[in-house]
Design a protein around this ligand. Structure first.
Ligand SMILES: [Zn+2]
Length: 108
């Protein structure tokens, strides 16, 4: 499997995306060289203007970077909420245990 890497610049000829011809970085460097063509790069693009890499990833069912960041933030928020609820549950369970003990003492 190729050792893919994101590059700030396409340093090897033809220094452009093989699919659309863009020479705007960043690029996915496939680390594949084709005789008669050169290095195979795919443009990455931006959130506002997705490049060939993001378009291909989206077509394959992968989330785009902007959506991924939104989802990661939501997951972080939900994990914090779950932890807060677990802490609250522990405190309530402890308080209930104390009430049961007090009730047992009163009823004894
Ligand atoms: Zn492209």
């Amino acid at each position: 499997m190729p050792d893919f890497a994101i590059r700030g610049h396409a340093t090897l000829s033809p220094t452009q995306c093989i699919l659309c011809g863009s020479s705007e970085p960043p690029f996915l460097d496939t680390v594949v060289d084709v005789i008669g063509y050169g290095r195979i790069y795919l443009c990455v693009g931006t959130d506002q203007k997705p490049g060939c890499l993001h378009q291909a990833a989206r077509a394959a069912g992968c989330a785009d970077p902007a959506l991924r960041r939104v989802l990661e933030t939501k997951v972080d928020d939900l994990e914090a909420t779950v932890q807060m609820m677990r802490d609250q549950n522990d405190r309530l369970s402890h308080a209930l245990g104390n009430l049961r003990s007090e009730l047992n003492e009163v009823m004894a």
